[in-house]
Design a protein around this ligand. Structure first.
Ligand SMILES: [Zn+2]
Length: 332
């Protein structure tokens, strides 16, 4: 779907063996710049089918066990999606436990109920060990330009890089380099899609976009997590994989175009595809432009429209500033 969406704004495209998708502008240019987001979504794997027809699970990425009880899901089996729910004991029966302690949801005690009452009925629906289950919740708009949806981490990134491509075409901008618009798979389980595609493209510069935590909501420690808020612009990360001179360039582009930005730091990995691009080949100057987001890895991930607009603008203006001659050397 994403590839079809960006095709009109690019010269060519390719995909790789594991499903990462790339739209390319100026495919023959020797100097290569990547703008990247990740396409994959956290979910569950069916791991064990009980004789009573219930499904026990394994995590696929950092899916949150605490929010699972009473969620509706789709199990993607051989015969297409099958509806199921995360069953959970009623408050009455929980409170009646002799030790009167509330059971906490854990991967080991969460199960799906699809209506089947034995293993045969489960299998007749096309559900098998290894089938993936995703939450059903979708997109909604709230007051004051807030948007909610599941997997905004990182579908919003896929949207933003596509918008950059669209704007370049709409405004008839010619870039002095090849632009690779990358929507990579397998970020959530260890940046694997980005590792593969970075080696294939061998870019000279990579601009990564992902989500970061709005730390102004309750029960988050700003002393540990820093101070980032939805509605105050994209967040720029300082960290080992982030190239300081490229980051300075992005900051100057933001200042020149009056795009508000916030700052954030990591001590080692950024936890994003930035690290995969920075370290994949012989060192690719990389930078991370993140969307502040509330309630990450829940089904109500929330972001502010103005941050989406400002992140698109910052990536777009940064691309218009870069040339193959942009000096990113630390030694001159
Ligand atoms: Zn994530």
């Amino acid at each position: 779907m994403w590839l079809e969406y960006i095709k009109p704004y690019t010269d060519t495209f390719f995909t790789d063996s594991y499903g990462s998708a790339v739209g390319v502008i100026n495919p023959t240019a020797p100097f290569k710049v990547v703008i990247e987001a990740h396409a994959d979504e956290i979910s569950w794997f069916v791991n064990y089918i009980t004789p009573e027809g219930l499904l026990y699970l394994k995590r696929n990425g950092g899916v949150d066990h605490q929010i699972a009880p009473s969620m509706r899901v789709l199990v993607h089996g051989k015969n297409g999606p099958v509806k199921a729910v995360f069953g959970w004991p009623a408050i009455h029966t929980r409170m009646a436990n002799t030790d009167s302690k509330e059971t906490q949801p854990k991967v080991e005690n969460l199960f799906l109920d699809c209506g089947a009452r034995n293993k045969k009925e489960v299998e007749a629906l096309g559900i098998h060990i290894g089938a993936v289950a995703t939450y059903e919740d979708g997109y909604e708009e709230l007051a004051y330009d807030y948007l909610i949806g599941r997997a905004f981490d990182n579908r919003v990134g896929g949207f933003m890089i596509a918008e950059v491509a669209r704007l370049l075409q709409q405004n008839k901008k010619k870039l002095p380099f090849g632009l690779y618009i990358v929507n990579a798979v397998q970020e959530e389980i260890g940046l694997r899609g980005a590792e593969m595609i970075a080696r294939r493209i061998k870019p000279n510069i990579a601009i990564i976009t992902d989500v970061t935590h709005d730390t102004t909501t309750p029960m988050i420690n700003k002393i540990i997590q820093g101070d980032t808020s939805c509605g105050k612009g994209p967040s720029l990360t300082f960290g080992p994989a982030v190239h300081n001179k490229l980051l300075e360039l992005v900051q100057s582009v933001a200042a020149k175009n009056k795009i508000p930005v916030q700052l954030h730091t990591v001590s080692r990995s950024t936890g994003t595809d930035t690290d995969a691009f920075a370290y994949a080949n012989d060192g690719c100057p990389s930078v991370l432009i993140s969307m502040p987001l509330r309630y990450m890895h829940t089904t109500v991930e929330m972001l502010h429209k103005s941050d989406v607009e400002n992140t698109i603008k910052l990536m777009y203006e940064t691309l218009l500033t870069l040339t193959p001659k942009t000096n990113l050397s630390y030694f001159q």
